[in-house]
Design a protein around this ligand. Structure first.
Ligand SMILES: [Zn+2]
Length: 289
């Protein structure tokens, strides 16, 4: 029989735990931490308490879908969100005004110079332009050219390849005379190919500074983050001794109350008690009744 232990933070029973600075907690609680070994129990309890307060009032009003997960789950009423797929056991709930900043950078691209050849046609008489491209850039040749960039000298390979292009205009004059001519204009264009954007969200939260990166995201993400950072920037500057808001201060017996509420939430989710019964119990435990 497996030995079950009780988590000193959330009070749930567990088998496999994670060592933190001064004790061991269940893996769910540990999943809230970036550096479990340098985090103490008081801090884990603080995170847990704040997160439970937020989780309990959270009501999904919208989402921003991301390719591999449900995405950003948003509560526009309480101005909270969490990121699905980051930690689905104990997701961290963030306030909109905890989004300190975000940035978008381009990664993975390579600069390629492409020469374009335009052959002018003669406006006089009947004409026919035949453009033959010998050694047109194939995938393999481009690969070779890009290799050239890395070592420093590129123009040459591509120029050499396109230099092989021949353009032949055969002009049929009204008198049936045949002449051969060509007028070529070559333009060079430098472009970045294969690049993709990386969006980083920087959070200034009660769980410490956190960052999340996304390589694929919809445009609505930036609009949402703009709204959040505007709220963050509108916050008054923190006073040196400023603690968390009163409601978010960690108190030892609060942890127990939230654990109780969590139990009732589970009963509600399992359909054992009704929403009404749950709300009543919740108010009781929060001392609202
Ligand atoms: Zn726990």
């Amino acid at each position: 029989m497996a030995l079950r232990k009780q988590c000193p933070c959330c009070k749930s029973n567990y088998i496999m735990g994670t060592l933190i600075q001064d004790t061991e907690v269940c893996n769910s609680c540990a999943s809230m931490l970036l550096y479990p070994q340098s985090t103490n129990l008081a801090t884990v309890r603080k995170y847990y308490t704040i997160n439970m307060q937020r989780a309990l009032k959270f009501k999904k009003t919208s989402t921003i879908k991301l390719p591999l997960t449900e995405g950003l789950i948003i509560d526009n009423v309480n101005k909270l969100f969490y990121i699905s797929g980051d930690n689905d056991i104990f997701p961290l709930y963030f306030r909109f005004d905890e989004v300190a900043d975000y940035n978008i950078r381009s990664e993975g691209g390579q600069t390629v110079t492409v020469n374009k050849i335009h052959t002018d046609t003669n406006k006089n008489g009947r004409e026919k332009t035949v453009t033959k491209r010998k050694g047109v850039l194939t995938r393999g040749l481009i690969g070779g050219a890009i290799g050239g960039i890395a070592t420093g000298g590129l123009g040459a390979p591509i120029g050499a390849i396109l230099g092989a292009t021949t353009s032949k205009k055969v002009e049929m004059s009204p008198k049936g005379r045949t002449s051969t001519d060509k007028v070529e204009t070559i333009t060079s264009e430098t472009k970045v190919v294969g690049a993709y954007n990386v969006l980083t969200i920087i959070l200034d939260s009660p769980y410490g500074p956190r960052t999340f990166e996304f390589t694929k995201y919809p445009d609505s993400m930036a609009a949402f983050l703009d709204r959040c950072t505007a709220m963050y920037n509108a916050l008054p500057a923190p006073e040196p001794a400023a603690a968390l808001p009163e409601a978010e201060k960690s108190q030892p017996n609060e942890t127990d109350r939230f654990t109780e509420i969590k139990k009732y939430k589970e009963l509600l989710d399992e359909g054992i008690i009704s929403q009404e019964e749950f709300e009543k119990k919740k108010k009781e435990l929060l001392g609202l009744e």
